[in-house]
Design a protein around this ligand. Structure first.
Ligand code: HEC
Length: 209
């Protein structure tokens, strides 16, 4: 848990000390030629972007830390099979309750979802491809901010570690009992065969404008 907090603070301070150079922003609004008033608006929107990134990252990473902590506790208590029940029953309510606390929408989406509700849309599949390329090129992943005018979405990658493979790895990494239960709970499971340091999905934090 301590490690997670340290990493989290480092990431936050990294992004809060920098301007938005490291943040890819796609604005769907049209860019008209600049007038000074518009320049002001742009400066304001740059600082808004940094604010969204900081808050988006904070909400995504704190939710991830809570999910991770509960997952570890469940594994320690009852092994992977019990922990599977935790993920199956609690991943959604826990994420939703964090969303309520922060007054945003929070979701994990994936190109290879276990729960079909978590399937990424076409745009998100592109972001996922880009994140995969960053990981392959050993470039540290950056948050992505999408401002559609009606809402602002912040994305951040979710990368596997060795612990994840107990439920998302190859058949040889997953206990027979867990494999069996997975087939029953998720007959269309695509979230298998991962190795370490692979992109498992992305966090999506949605702020209403
Ligand atoms: C004990 C088994 C287990 C472990 C360990 C586990 N997961 Fe999962 N994971 C699940 C289950 C079950 C779901 C489906 C949850 C649901 O139905 O909402 C899931 C869903 C997800 C999702 C949502 C997208 C999807 O596929 O539906 C992500 C992202 C994810 N896991 C990432 C990870 C990462 C990263 C790790 C390691 C840090 C990890 N998981 C470890 C069982 C596990």
């Amino acid at each position: 848990m301590k490690n997670i907090i340290v990493v989290f603070l480092t990431v936050l301070s990294l992004y809060s000390c920098k301007d938005n150079i490291r943040t890819k922003t796609i604005s769907i609004e049209k860019n008209e030629p600049l007038k000074s008033e518009e320049e002001n608006t742009l400066t304001r929107s740059a600082s808004d972007t940094i604010d969204y990134v900081n808050r988006g990252l904070e909400y995504a990473l704190s939710t991830q830390a809570i999910l991770g902590k509960n997952l570890m506790q469940a594994i320690e208590k009852g092994g992977t099979v019990e922990a599977l029940a935790f993920c199956n029953e609690q991943a959604y309510p826990l994420t939703d309750s964090m969303a309520v606390v922060h007054n945003v929408r929070l979701k994990r989406v994936s190109d290879q979802p276990r729960n079909i509700e978590n399937i990424a849309n076409t745009e998100e599949l592109n972001y996922i491809e880009n994140y995969k390329k960053s990981i392959a090129n050993q470039v540290s992943p950056e948050p992505l901010v999408i401002n559609s005018g009606t809402d602002v979405k912040v994305y951040y990658p979710i990368v596997t570690n060795a612990m994840c493979l107990q439920c998302h790895g190859k058949a040889s990494n997953i206990e027979a009992r867990t494999r069996k239960k997975l087939t029953i709970l998720y007959p269309k499971d695509k979230a298998l065969d991962y190795g370490v340091n692979e992109l498992r999905g992305i966090w999506r934090v949605t702020f209403n404008n």
